[in-house]
Design a binder for this molecule. Structure first.
Ligand SMILES: C[S@@+](CC[C@H](N)C(=O)[O-])C[C@H]1O[C@@H](n2cnc3c(N)ncnc32)[C@H](O)[C@@H]1O
Length: 417
């Protein structure tokens, strides 16, 4: 394939990109009647996601409509859904089945023909069937209940069991998608483990006092609230999409664009077919993406350990002697494959950590990240520009490891022939 990339010239856009405040720490005002960034994380918890303004801006500034935009480390699809709203053609690869499930379900709900009002009514009707005096736990698979029981009070588990039964029996694909997203979301918030994602990732079961404190939680109320918020948010965003959106959505629905695949292997995406990559790879030894979704893995019946084996540099593997060298190797494999997918002249934007060199651990991690970024040239990717951004304090404080990371860098590369 030797197609011309649907991108703008670097000289045309450099001054625009240099004038952007990449911190996005203040509310950015988008035109009231224009397409706005969609925050996937509002509707499903996931660690270290993009602020949606980053991919939104890069896609809008660097490409033309219909450009193919690919996120190889897609997470819950922040790049994917900005591309869709901006009428570009999105592609995603990801090894976490829970994140794949979320992206696929969300895509169903982005159908411009869905009547959100009717969907909300259906959810309301489902909930009227709930009888607090009835036991629903007995109607759910004993294996699932065994896994979930230690994480919830009896009362909450019974409400969840009611939702599991309703979801399993639901024949309407749109309704089912909305239910799966909401159930998956509330599994974390309604859990008695209130000490953050690290405890869920590390399988730290809630103590008796935490179970006791959580017994008045109302999973059904939250389930409905989450779905309504999601549908309202989607409606608000679809109001302003250009008229081409309908046709584009139809095309995308008929193709496979979300791949449950390891970026180092991904064979599904043809070589030289992508105009723009916007991605944030896992940072070395910092986060457990797969393990943090443990409760959703149980609900959806996916194999957590299988996905964990493919996860690059998970925090849980940090004590391995060669963890950082493995990171370098895995990232080189990834960049090599990502570059193959790009058209000549296409751009690749990587968001990477900037470690402060205040201790040995951080000095080593900085060195490895520098090496990863230097290796891009070997694969035909040449630096166009780079921008530093300061991380919002919320991302610095919710985990001791994050506390050491204050800045990130956005690197923009271009593939040369
Ligand atoms: C920083 S997160 C990306 C978050 C994403 N930008 C978002 O906003 O949702 C990195 C992602 O890389 C995924 N990942 C790790 N190893 C991978 C691999 N070998 N192939 C594809 N994805 C992988 C993780 O599961 C995680 O979702």
């Amino acid at each position: 394939m030797d197609e011309k990339a649907l991108v703008k010239e670097a000289d045309e856009v450099r001054s625009v990109l240099r004038n952007i405040n990449w911190d996005f720490n203040q509310k950015v005002s988008f035109p009231p009647s224009g397409v706005k960034p969609f925050n996937c994380r509002k509707h499903h918890w996931f660690p270290a996601t993009f602020v949606p303004e980053i991919p939104f801006t890069l896609i809008e500034v660097l490409t033309y409509p219909q450009a193919v935009v690919y996120d190889p480390f897609a997470g819950i699809g922040t790049t994917y859904f900005q591309a869709l709203l901006l009428c570009r053609r999105p592609l995603a690869t990801e090894i976490c089945r829970v994140a794949i499930e979320y992206m696929q379900s969300l895509l169903v709900l982005f159908n411009p023909n869905i009547e959100h009002k009717i969907l909300k009514e259906k959810i309301k009707n489902i909930l009227t069937d709930f009888d607090p005096g009835k036991d629903y736990i007995g109607s759910v698979s004993a294996t699932l209940i065994k896994k979930l029981k230690p994480w919830y009070s009896e009362n909450v588990l019974n409400q969840l069991a009611f939702l599991f039964v309703k979801e399993a029996n639901c024949q309407d694909n749109t309704l089912k998608s909305a239910m799966r997203i909401s159930i998956s979301y509330i599994l974390k918030t309604e859990s008695a483990q209130d000490k953050g994602w690290g405890c869920i990732a590390d399988n730290v079961l809630p103590k008796n006092y935490q179970i006791e404190n959580s017994k008045n939680k109302n999973a059904l109320y939250l389930f409905e609230k989450r779905i309504n918020n999601l549908l309202n948010d989607i409606s608000e965003h679809l109001k302003y999409v250009p008229k081409e959106y309908k046709q584009l959505y139809q095309d995308i629905k008929e193709q496979n664009t979300i791949f449950y695949e390891d970026v180092r292997k991904c064979a599904e995406i043809p070589n030289e077919s992508v105009d723009l990559v916007v991605t944030s790879p896992p940072y070395p030894n910092m986060t457990d993406y797969v393990k943090s979704q443990r409760l959703s893995y149980y609900f959806l019946g996916f194999d957590l350990n299988k996905d964990l084996m493919k996860e690059i540099c998970a925090r849980s593997k940090r004590s391995r002697k060669n963890a950082l060298q493995d990171y370098l190797y895995d990232m080189n494999m990834s960049i090599k494959n990502i570059s193959k997918k790009l058209k000549i002249g296409g751009y690749a934007c990587f968001i990477m950590p900037t470690f402060t060199e205040n201790n040995k651990n951080n000095r080593e991690r900085k060195l490895i990240v520098d090496k990863v970024m230097e290796s891009t040239m070997e694969y035909g990717l040449f630096l166009v520009d780079e921008y530093e951004r300061i991380l919002p304090s919320i991302r610095r404080s919710h985990n001791i490891k994050w506390a050491t990371l204050e800045k990130e860098k956005i690197y923009i590369f271009r593939k040369e022939g």
